[in-house]
Design a protein around this ligand. Sequence first.
Ligand SMILES: Cc1cc2nc3c(=O)[nH]c(=O)nc-3n(C[C@H](O)[C@H](O)[C@H](O)COP(=O)(O)OP(=O)(O)OC[C@H]3O[C@@H](n4cnc5c(N)ncnc54)[C@H](O)[C@@H]3O)c2cc1C
Length: 370
Amino acid sequence: MHNVLIIGGGLAGLVNAIVLARAGLDVVLVEKKNYPFHRVCGEYVSNETLPFLHSLGIRPHDWGAASIDHLQVTAPDGTSLEMPLDLGGYGISRYVFDEKLLKTAREAGAVCLTGTSVEDVAFDGDGFTATLSDHTTRRATYVIGAYGKRAKLDKQLNRDFVNSRSPYVGVKYHIRTDFPRNRIALHNFRDGYCGLSAVEDGKYNLCYLTTRENVRQHGSIEAMEAEVMCRNPFLQKIRQNAEFLFDKPEVINEVSFAPKTAVENHILMSGDTAGMITPLCGNGMAMAIHSAKILSSYLVESHTEGWTREKLETVYAKHWKQAFAWRLWTGRHLQSLFGDERLTGASVRLLRRFGPVARFLVRQTHGTAF
Ligand SMILES: Cc1cc2nc3c(=O)[nH]c(=O)nc-3n(C[C@H](O)[C@H](O)[C@H](O)COP(=O)(O)OP(=O)(O)OC[C@H]3O[C@@H](n4cnc5c(N)ncnc54)[C@H](O)[C@@H]3O)c2cc1C
């Protein structure tokens, strides 16, 4: 019987594993892929994460992260808005970040099973039985769901959001290009937006969100990029001049921003599994880390103080809502401003004239340092 079984080894799962294992709990983490691997993600992390990460001895800048303190937003016609980022952030690839965190989790004493997925998880009153893809089972008192935005397990748990399809598709490249390393750009195009920012080793992340329909209409990702994205002169320049480092892009479907719940069938959800913010706000990674901080500290307290399961679930769900519900709501509504060419153009022109409003909006989607 483990104290905690964690499903998924992204940022949320790994940070939970590090904190819980260091507190002396018996932790097993199960991740279906083998590290290191690329994920679709803009790889810009808000600086709000740094005090907590530093307290754990985790220093992304030691792993080559780029410091980012300026934002550029462009409309599909090339109208551009620039401003400083009050809090700022850093750029580091998930390829590097996740593998370093895996190493840290193992050093802390967490058992991390990779290349293995959790196929089923059942609660029986005392604890959980998880069935793994290698046909073994594991028992645990608590289970953390940190398996990302959408997985087969959501269907088994009959979670509300899985019944409706999401229209969004995410695409990512690593490139080499000529662009200030302290700037993050958000280039808009019809039915989508594309981020560009530095990561380690002089590389850049180019990552965009668009609709499945936009890709379907043009027949392929490549055709959509040539015919739609490149109407934005900034994206055209990147396409013409940058060196693309992947053979083919990383692509994901079913990116859903629908509301979810933080506890489901007694499983404590963390990161995107509890709720995903639109990439437009650029801080899903910070939220994944923050939700892991909140959950792991309550789990440690519950373990040492002998809380009931009900108390732990109630306290965590309440704190999660207080910390994130407003940001998720703002992100969903801000996202609706983008995609329509004329509306995006008008918004960028308006925000260019009213700088403080633009900074206010950016602040609403970011948290404060934790
Ligand atoms: C296009 C796009 C751009 C983005 N850009 C940014 C950005 O610039 N900055 C930012 O902060 N956020 C960004 N995000 C959001 C960010 O990627 C997520 O919020 C973050 O990855 C959430 O981390 P997580 O640990 O919750 O989930 P994940 O990182 O998705 O990890 C979940 C893990 O669970 C594993 N898993 C799934 N099912 C199982 C199973 N059954 N058994 C075992 N393992 C399983 C998966 O393999 C995966 O490794 C972006 C998202 C998208 C879609």
